[in-house]
Write a protein that binds this ligand. Structure first.
Ligand code: IPM
Ligand code: MN
Length: 359
């Protein structure tokens, strides 16, 4: 297969972790006889510095033409002046919106070898396998904003079709898993959440009689996610709740640096990004955890290119590296932390050696 992949390294640790994932993609191409053409473009603060815009037209055009997009992270103190008129994060929101990427899949499955890094007790983590489907192009992230000296407002709007399509996507994904969907809202307070709950109930009842759906309020969900994470399969929720709950869910796995994501729409290019941010405090030190981005590359192969065997090869290689205790600083406890490049090398070695992948 030949595929064109746009790479958007972005800011902070973005360039370090995407470099690792690019090496992994090339190793997969070599092992399985594919040809991946990878083209880097600017986004976020790096794009503001070079062009004045967080999402240059040329980047968006390249992304639209590509078979898939791999993104690192955006943002950093250099661009976070509260009075700034352009911000790196606007570039990320704009590309999600422009490409129609309304469903952001954020899987969490704690690896036994990394459970020591989790603040949650191991007996609660055994068997946890969650998929959060975060709505990504609506809600308060995209509503009208106002600001005066005395007040500020952010409008949260959802339309019925916006809710229908993401709930439908979550139910379809649940069909391939354990058949259980938990829809998360704040229906005791918010009107958008009452609409969300109505629509989610109807879609599940009318279109997915084989799926069980349960509704949870976001505050109690935040608690249940830590007290009984095994009880959940697919969790579907609006944009901001999904942002918050998935950072929390990453603590089940042991580190924010481990979680990948896939941003998907309907018949459009997919974008793949780790759920962590640009981590300015460790940027440039070569110590960031590349696994979340490498696992995002695996999702890219599975969802955008239909290469499920190749995706599984990457996932097994990361599992195997974790099993062998190849831990970056966020996971290591006893001074044995290795660098971003060493972690990537451990994955590369396991991809190059088919015997390790058999299981
Ligand atoms: C994420 C990030 C982004 C978001 C930021 C960088 C705009 O936190 O992908 O989760 O809030 O969506
Ligand atoms: Mn986030």
């Amino acid at each position: 297969m030949h595929a064109d992949i746009v790479v958007l390294p972005g800011d902070g640790i973005g360039p370090e972790v995407t470099a690792a994932a690019v090496d992994v993609l090339q190793a997969v191409a070599q092992r399985f006889g594919h040809q991946f053409s990878l083209h880097e473009h600017l986004i976020g603060g790096a794009a503001i510095d070079a062009t004045g815009k967080p999402l240059p037209d040329e980047t968006l055009a390249a992304a639209r033409d590509a078979d898939a997009v791999l993104l690192g992270a955006v943002g950093g103190p250099k661009w976070s002046d509260p009075n700034a008129s352009v911000r790196p994060e606007q570039g990320l929101l704009a590309i999600r919106k422009a490409l129609g990427l309304y469903a952001n899949l954020r899987p969490t499955k704690p690896h036994p070898a990394a459970m020591g890094a989790s603040p949650i007790k191991p007996h609660l983590l055994a068997g946890v396998d969650l998929l959060v489907v975060r709505e990504l192009t609506g809600g308060i992230y995209f509503g009208e904003r106002t600001r005066t000296a005395e007040s500020a407002s952010d409008l949260c709007t959802y339309t019925v079709p916006e809710i229908e399509r993401v709930v439908r996507r979550a139910c379809l994904l649940a069909r391939g898993r354990r058949g259980h969907v938990t829809s998360v809202d704040k229906a005791n307070v918010l009107e958008t959440s009452r609409l969300w709950r109505d629509v989610a109930s109807r879609i599940a009842r009318d279109e997915f009689p084989d799926i069980t759906i349960e509704h949870q309020l976001v505050d109690s969900m935040a608690m249940h996610l830590l007290s009984k994470p095994r009880a959940y399969d697919v969790i579907v929720t609006e944009n901001m709740f999904g942002d918050i709950l998935t950072d929390e869910a990453s603590m089940l796995a042991g580190s924010l640096g481990l979680l990948p994501s896939a941003s998907l729409g309907e018949g459009c290019v997919g974008m793949y990004e780790p759920i962590h941010g640009s981590a300015p405090d460790i940027a440039g030190k070569g110590i960031a955890n590349p696994y979340g981005t490498i696992l995002s590359a695996a999702l890219l192969l599975r969802y955008s290119l239909g290469l499920s065997q190749e995706a599984a090869c990457i996932e097994h290689a990361v599992d195997d590296a974790l099993e062998a205790g190849v831990f970056t600083a966020d996971l290591a406890s006893d001074g044995t932390a290795i660098s971003t490049r060493e972690a990537a090398a451990a994955v590369l070695a396991r991809i190059a050696t088919p015997a390790r992948i058999a299981g």
